[in-house]
Design a protein around this ligand. Structure first.
Ligand code: TXA
Ligand code: MG
Length: 311
């Protein structure tokens, strides 16, 4: 059921979370499917609803930076990044503190935990009202396109979710950037809504990118086939075929344009929306996407469309 994210409904959603249910809610990146991070049964529901084949670790969402030290080992660099970019589209992979067994399922038994503070008033209000960290993968069936509206959630999960809090379209539109902070050098495990350049400028140091073996990813969710539309998708296309639904970038003729002015932020916000639109039409049964510069948020966009085009 889709309901507006007003304060009364946020309280109802928090009651569902506290009673072990799952709830879909907006964040600035994508809609999440939330559950109490301490409730293994509720977390198991997330995997069942999404049809995730294995227990892949989940991001714990918090609403207060002070909670970080309860779950994770921190240092000055981590806290400086958190103070600068939280709330926002940034997730840290950190060493767990005391390996609190209640968080074992959320972390899939790993000795590392993923934590993020989302920048969306509804998400923050829901976490506060639930009085627990909320684990939340994107609120869609495993391997399909991530949801950036409440309608996308409903299209993918239907009534498997008792409540979908609707607060319009997500402003960032691609998932958070995941940084592994457990090594000397910061490693980007997933390019996302905060660009690597911005992070490097702030830290005044270079980050590494984990592009390693896709079949043995260090972030277990980073498998090659992901975000897949139902139609075959080609990328880096300048001259689409007549039977291809063409998603453009920059000034060009196309069926939909991610950003006619070549603005990467606008393109990121439109990406999943337009992939959903492309797979909802029936006239052209293939998708082609124009080249996107691989800088700033373009890196996150290219990462997602590369997976979307994987055969
Ligand atoms: O923007 C986002 O991050 C969204 C919104 C809802 O917050 N969430 C999201 O969650 O994208 P999900 O589950 O689709 O992606 C989380 C990624 C997965 O690739 C997972 O493998 C990785 O984070 N991950 C989680 N915990 C980890 C851990 N302890 N070590 C390594 N990777 C981890
Ligand atoms: Mg996902």
């Amino acid at each position: 059921m889709i309901i507006p994210a007003n304060s009364q409904n946020i309280l109802k959603a928090a009651q569902l979370i506290q009673s072990g249910q799952v709830v879909a809610f907006p964040t600035e990146t994508v809609y999440g499917l939330g559950a109490n991070a301490y409730d293994s049964k509720a977390i198991a529901k997330i995997f069942a609803v999404k049809n995730r084949p294995t227990f892949n670790p989940l991001i714990s969402h918090i609403a207060d930076i002070d909670f970080l030290a309860e779950y994770a080992q921190t240092d000055e660099r981590i806290l400086n990044l958190a103070k600068k970019f939280w709330p926002g589209p940034l997730t840290f992979i950190l060493n767990r503190k005391d390996n609190n067994p209640a968080l074992d399922l959320a972390c899939a038994g790993l000795d590392k935990i993923a934590v993020r503070m989302p920048k969306h008033p509804t998400a923050l209000a829901l976490i506060r009202a639930s009085q627990c960290p909320i684990v939340a993968p994107s609120a869609n069936k495993s391997q399909s396109i991530s949801p950036t509206t409440a309608q996308h959630v409903h299209k993918s999960l239907g009534d498997l979710v008792p409540m979908i809090l609707d607060d319009g379209a997500c402003s960032v539109g691609v998932e958070s950037t995941i940084l592994d902070m457990t090594h000397n050098q910061v490693v980007v495990l997933r390019a996302g809504g905060l660009s690597a350049e911005t992070i490097e400028d702030f830290l005044n140091e270079k980050v590494l990118f984990s592009d390693g073996n896709p079949n043995k990813p260090s972030s277990p969710g980073q498998l090659l086939k992901h975000y897949a539309p139902k139609y075959t998708t080609r990328i880096n296309v300048l001259n689409p075929e007549a039977d291809e639904f063409f998603i453009g970038f920059g000034p060009m003729e196309c069926d939909l344009n991610l950003s006619p002015n070549s603005d990467l932020q606008e393109a990121a916000a439109n990406l999943f929306l337009m992939l959903h639109m492309a797979e909802s039409q029936n006239t052209k049964k293939k998708i082609a996407i124009a080249p996107i510069p691989n800088i700033g948020l373009g890196r996150a966009i290219n990462d997602r469309i590369k997976r979307a085009s994987y055969q």
